[in-house]
Design a protein around this ligand. Structure first.
Ligand SMILES: *Cc1c(COP(=O)(O)O)cnc(C)c1O
Length: 381
């Protein structure tokens, strides 16, 4: 079976992990800050806080921005459930903004309308988590222009988009957001096995992120209540978590990030080959926009004339590891139980009905990709 996504590990990655095993610190050593620095440099952001998953990163980003019970957080229905769950962890309400059918990202017009409505009813969100679907950045400038006057904070869920660009700058620069979240799960742009990070340009936010990622404990006297008892002293000043990334994971991430541009280039070349091969077929293909170039996390097509289940099964039987990104979050039983219903976000639901993800990863061989292309063409004929 040709998988839909797969990591690339080389001997340098392996050696980097072995080196940590042979050294003093398995965790809380020097690999984590080195990885954080490399991430921040790579993304043109001032700070990076590395944690043990993208989901943890979303959670502490919400906490650091003050999300709590009584608040509302909006996100895209076309995402992995973690984009919404992070708000629920903080006790906040979740709502969604429908996607635009072309970019498959939050539709700026739908957002403007929903904000207008919410302003009238005094139900504006505290934070919006925008999702760069499949690696293509949302129109961040337009979204910031809508939300900034209303005092709404923005988190980018860039779990798909490390290595992508927006307005000529790397995704993660946080030019139009308060924080940007990355994931290093093996199917993402780079991997640390499990891992994630929050990027920000805001020093105060970075302090809060660090606090929530490690028990709410500080060793900084300036943050303490009263004076330290002595050099051993620390204080817990908030309720945090143990979301720390280990040095083993950080060393792998640090080794991987040196290969990021090569990975994204390989993904881009393969994506363009699919685009060329499928141009004449009855499919909606992924797009790039004037302002954004994709990191090509996944290659998702929408079947305009064919039954998705039929084609999915046919391709699976041909040894193609197809997938579907995503079942709209509001249709999950957990969110249905909170009151969401089919029909509320029609573009996301329509896309889901037709969506099919094809294999795309740096090591996908030309032969295997041809096999996928042939199988797609045949299954549609
Ligand atoms: C992968 C992913 C996450 C979660 O990342 P983990 O590292 O697996 O916790 C969150 N949001 C989106 C859009 C993702 O694709």
């Amino acid at each position: 079976m040709i998988p839909y996504g797969k990591h690339h590990i080389d001997s340098a990655d392996i050696q980097a992990v072995i080196d940590v095993l042979e050294n003093q610190f398995l965790t809380q050593g020097q690999q984590v800050p080195a990885f954080e620095q490399a991430l921040a440099d790579n993304c043109n952001a001032r700070y990076a806080a590395a944690v043990n998953s993208g989901t943890s990163a979303l959670h502490i980003a919400c906490l650091a921005l003050g999300v709590s019970a009584g608040d509302s957080v909006w996100t895209s229905p076309l995402s992995f459930v973690a984009s919404a769950n992070c708000a629920r962890y903080c006790g906040a309400q979740v709502d969604f903004v429908d996607i635009g059918p072309q970019t498959r990202n939050i539709c700026t017009t739908a957002l403007a309308k929903k904000l207008e409505q919410a302003k009238k009813t005094n139900t504006l969100p505290k934070v919006i988590v925008v999702v760069h679907y499949a690696g293509l950045s949302c129109d961040m400038q337009a979204i910031r222009e809508l939300t900034s006057p209303l005092g709404i904070a923005l988190i980018e869920d860039a779990s798909h988009a490390l290595g992508g660009m927006y307005q000529g700058k790397p995704v993660g620069s946080c030019e139009y957001s308060d924080a940007c979240v990355m994931s290093f799960h093996p199917v993402k742009s780079i991997t640390s096995a499990e891992g994630g990070a929050v990027l920000t340009n805001n020093a105060e936010l970075q302090n809060q992120l660090r606090l929530f990622a490690s028990h709410g404990i500080t060793r900084d006297p300036q943050q303490m209540l009263g004076q330290p008892d002595g050099p051993w002293y620390y204080q817990q000043i908030a309720l945090g978590y143990n979301y720390r990334l280990s040095d083993l994971h950080a060393a792998l991430g640090l080794s991987q990030i040196t290969k990021l541009s090569g990975f994204v280039q390989a993904r881009t070349e393969k994506a363009r080959r699919y685009l060329d091969a499928f141009r004449q077929l009855p499919l909606d293909l992924p797009v790039e926009t004037q302002s954004a170039s994709s990191a090509w996390h996944v290659f998702a097509i929408a079947l305009k004339q064919h039954d998705r289940k039929e084609i999915f099964v046919r391709l699976q039987q041909a040894g193609i590891g197809v997938n579907v990104h995503y079942i709209p979050i509001h249709l999950q039983p957990y969110y249905r139980a909170l009151g969401f219903e089919p029909g509320q976000f029609p573009n996301a639901e329509a896309f889901y009905q037709q969506a099919l993800t094809l294999p795309l990863y740096p090591d996908l061989s030309a032969d295997n990709q041809q096999q996928v292309i042939d199988a797609v063409i045949e299954s549609l004929s």
